[in-house]
Design a protein around this ligand. Structure first.
Ligand code: BEZ
Ligand code: FE
Length: 307
């Protein structure tokens, strides 16, 4: 280093080139973010930087709190694996997954289109192909036998033949098959195809409410907030047909006491189904009639949250 450099700060070392206050860091960050070539990525990164900095300043976030937040993020990454996706679960618990689903799936052109809902962490691709009337119960499963049927309508309001209706649900023991060695692989999962009249028909058991996984960082979060983990009983559906946007949705049992306190904020009024129960002597059965209305769009499937 020369004497000239050590005597006084050069222009390159003047305070104008460095942040001096908490608030003055952001412009330096934004200058870097603004250089991102992709315009959409640039705009997202600029906005994210602004929100993050504002959050830290508004809340006077301490070093300990920052460390805790980082530990939470590391924890949800580490807890994600073959049987669950804790990162998606975290997004669900903040209502972000429902927000993204709702924001990107406004009611369709005929105001009749089915409402989309969050995907959740438990959809698996390649569900077993089923014929009309097949049962998706693949190993001993408690619960009231249930028939589910309906019609898939297309963008033109006409029934859609050969639409795919992918369905998945938790066992009434409170676990999806991938979480439970006691269930057969792909238990309570199936892929149905609509007939020439757009109809699908399946057999299953009436779903029960179940807790979201609480054995990871998200469980700690719920406990710290005194929130219960129990989702109201529901069936998941993913309905697809070429030329239509893939419809990801859930249908909730109308008699569930947790409908208004879903920990992942997934229930909206149009998603509450009419589960009809019928008792004959000792036998109770249930029926659900659920139509789906698709909107025009690209048939793009999500990445499976678990393999
Ligand atoms: C589910 O319904 O599969 C689910 C959704 C969000 C979090 C956990 C589970
Ligand atoms: Fe579910």
């Amino acid at each position: 280093m020369t004497a000239a450099h050590s005597d006084a700060p050069s222009d390159a070392h003047s305070t104008a080139r460095f942040p001096t206050t908490p608030e003055s860091i952001l412009p330096f960050v934004l200058e870097v973010m603004e250089r991102t070539p992709d315009p959409r990525l640039r705009s997202l990164l600029v906005s994210l930087s602004q929100h993050l900095h504002q959050f830290v300043i508004d809340n006077q976030v301490t070093e300990k709190e920052f460390e805790r937040a980082v530990a939470f993020l590391i924890g949800i990454g580490k807890a994600t694996g073959e049987t669950k996706n804790e990162v998606i679960l975290a997004m669900d618990l903040f209502g972000v997954s429902t927000l993204v689903a709702m924001q990107n799936n406004p009611p369709g052109h005929d105001a009749e289109s089915s409402t989309a809902g969050l995907l959740g962490p438990f959809w698996r691709d390649h569900a077993p192909v089923c014929q009309p009337g097949d049962s998706i119960v693949r190993s001993a499963t408690p619960g009231i036998p249930m028939e589910v049927r309906g019609v898939v309508y297309g963008a033109d309001g006409q029934p859609v033949a050969n639409a795919k209706v992918d369905v998945w649900q938790a066992s009434p023991v409170g676990l999806y098959e991938n979480q439970d060695p006691g269930q057969a692989d792909m238990n309570l999962r199936g892929l149905f195809t609509t007939d020439a009249q757009g109809r699908y028909f399946m057999r299953t058991v009436c779903p029960s409410g179940y807790p979201v996984p609480t054995d990871g960082p998200c469980g700690e979060l719920l406990a710290a907030q005194l929130r219960h983990p129990n989702r109201p009983a529901h069936l998941h559906f993913m309905v697809s047909s070429p030329g239509h946007k893939v419809l990801i949705t859930q249908v909730f049992a109308d008699d569930d006491s947790n409908l208004t306190s879903d920990p992942v904020f997934g229930v909206t009024a149009p998603l509450v189904g009419h589960f009809v129960k019928h008792t004959d002597g000792d036998t109770t059965t249930a029926q659900l009639v659920q139509d789906f209305h698709l909107v025009p769009g690209e048939m793009v499937f999500p990445h499976p949250p678990i393999p």
